[in-house]
Design a protein around this ligand. Structure first.
Ligand SMILES: Cc1cc2nc3c(=O)[nH]c(=O)nc-3n(C[C@H](O)[C@H](O)[C@H](O)COP(=O)(O)OP(=O)(O)OC[C@H]3O[C@@H](n4cnc5c(N)ncnc54)[C@H](O)[C@@H]3O)c2cc1C
Length: 497
């Protein structure tokens, strides 16, 4: 831990008021820390977009990410109880179990997390999921997985819990820059990544301290190779899970190429080996997030002194909803900018992976459990609303809106998984952006600037991971870290790639 506990008089700034920002703000406030949330537009947050599956096992993830997911899953009931107690609102937690269907028992048995599930043959599968499509011959039931109504309940309950706990909000305030104290050493360069240090006092801003430098967002950071050995000293990255290969047979890349699978079900299904990944963010070329790692990720040049210590956060520059810009001094902040995080801090390897969703109104109780199929999943809420997700479109960048291909993918998935649901009336269609990293694990803990903490990059498991992520951050910032925290924070350091 590089950051000391903040003085109680000065608020910790939360940069981004989506799911992670609210969850961290709430946990900090429960510890008596003053908090101010700077939120550009909460309605765009992936926290409102997600299906709310709590699915470390059904997703087939592994390694440190699975351990984090399991620990967070365990924490969720107590976390939800805290939010509900503070907000007086229900979060819509449903420990309903998740079924992963397969075409064959062989595919089922090869699933990475099969050992955590209950094996189902066709008859048992039909019992668990009445009306499941005929092509599914086997399944895994993960009773320990579940769902939460993030879109309609959890986010609102978190907002209210935060307010009740004294968190202050600046909705419509976009953080434009992070300002550091340069100290006149090479450390400043480490923080500014793609930007040259420059004097502060931008137009319209209040005075920034002399010697401050600005970590300026770069719109197009130049790709830079990491220095030899720079990555080797780091703990092994969480291996990129194979689940996209296992789960996205008709995901977004087919859409981007204008191709449709004739049935909506590509030949592969969960557990199929040797299928090219389709939903993964690009791993090479200009879009490779690893290629934008800035100077802080590199070893010292031969003959130059290594940076003594990271630069220190001094202030943030922001633009309020009324158009006014100002500089807000701060010593401690949490970057929770979701898919947009790298715009503020270009050395963070976070890229958007777009997801499209829809919902149908079904009969109450028609589907007792979540069904997690390849490329499509069905999440039944208590009132019969069936939330259906999701495309995985790494190549879409921040392109807004629905696409016919993306929506067709979901409709074909519904027909294959639960044919009767194809006749249920559609209620909503929406989209959003997952914050994805090269190994699809989050960036948690101290960031490249001293005083700046990270809670971002949670990709497709942010709802699941919110409980533990918020606690890890709140404990770290308030100086209460408990023994197990270090292991998780080490595994998800921002510079592990
Ligand atoms: C289609 C889809 C389905 C998903 N399904 C699931 C699921 O079933 N289970 C699961 O666990 N996870 C799921 N997720 C993932 C989960 O939603 C995300 O991991 C999680 O919401 C990330 O939270 P966040 O706070 O980091 O980002 P967000 O919730 O996106 O919030 C980021 C916020 O930061 C704000 N912001 C950005 N830049 C600035 C700035 N400069 N100044 C001020 N504010 C700023 C934005 O306006 C935004 O409101 C899904 C995601 C998607 C898109």
């Amino acid at each position: 831990m590089t950051a000391a506990a903040p003085p109680l008089s000065e608020p910790v700034l939360i940069l981004g008021g989506g799911l992670m920002g609210l969850a961290v703000a709430h946990q900090l406030a429960r510890r008596g820390v003053a908090v101010l949330v700077l939120s550009r537009r909460r309605s765009e947050a992936a926290g409102f977009v997600a299906a709310g599956m709590l699915a470390p096992h059904a997703e087939g993830i592994g390694g440190a990410l699975l351990a984090l997911g399991q620990a967070s899953l365990e924490r969720i009931p107590a976390w939800v109880a805290e939010i509900e107690a503070d907000s007086d609102l229900s979060c819509g937690l449903r420990p309903c179990g998740i079924v992963v269907p397969f075409s064959t028992a062989t595919e089922r048995d090869a699933y990475p997390t099969a050992a955590w599930g209950m094996a189902l043959e066709r008859t048992a599968l039909e019992r668990e999921i009445p009306g499941i499509g005929p092509r599914w011959r086997a399944g895994l039931l993960f009773k320990q997985d579940g769902q939460i109504d993030n879109r309609r309940r959890l986010m609102r309950a978190l907002e209210r819990a935060c307010v009740q706990r004294g968190v202050r909000f600046e909705e419509g305030s976009e953080v434009l820059e992070l300002i550091t104290a340069s100290g006149g050493t090479a450390a400043a360069a480490a923080a500014t990544a793609a930007a040259e240090p420059e004097p502060t006092s931008p137009a319209g801003a209040t005075a920034a301290a002399p010697g401050a430098s600005v970590a300026k967002p770069a719109t197009a950071p130049a790709p830079r190779a990491a220095a030899p050995g720079a990555a080797l000293a780091r703990p092994a990255p969480t291996p990129a899970p194979d689940r996209d290969r296992l789960h996205q047979p008709f995901a977004g890349s087919a859409c981007a190429q204008g191709k449709d699978s004739p049935t909506g079900l590509a030949p592969e299904s969960p557990g199929a080996a040797g299928t090219p990944p389709t939903g993964r963010p690009a791993a090479t070329g200009a879009a490779d997030p690893r290629a934008v790692a800035g100077p802080a990720n590199q070893g010292p040049e031969p003959g130059t002194a290594p940076p003594a210590r990271p630069p220190r956060l001094q202030a943030v520059r922001l633009r309020r909803a009324d158009g006014r810009e100002l500089v807000l001094p701060c010593q401690t902040a949490v970057l929770a900018g979701g898919a947009w995080s790298a715009r503020l801090m270009p050395q963070l390897p976070v890229v958007p992976v777009k997801g499209q969703m829809l919902s149908l109104q079904g009969p109450i109780g028609a589907l007792p459990r979540v069904v997690f199929g390849p490329g499509t999943y069905l999440v039944p809420r208590e009132d019969g609303l069936l939330v259906v997700g999701a495309t995985s479109e790494a190549e879409a960048g921040f392109a807004e809106g629905l696409t016919p291909c993306g929506q067709r993918q979901l409709e074909q998935g519904i027909a294959a998984l639960l044919p009767a649901a194809s006749g249920w009336p559609p209620m909503e269609r929406w989209w959003g952006f997952r914050p994805c990293t090269p190994d699809e694990g989050p960036l948690l803990g101290p960031g490249p600037i001293s005083g700046l903490w990270l809670a971002t990059g949670h990709h497709r498991n942010g709802v699941l991971l919110a409980a533990l992520s918020a606690e890890l951050l709140a404990r770290g910032i308030s100086g209460e870290a408990s023994p197990g925290d270090g292991e998780h924070l080490e595994a998800f350091r921002w510079d592990r790639f």
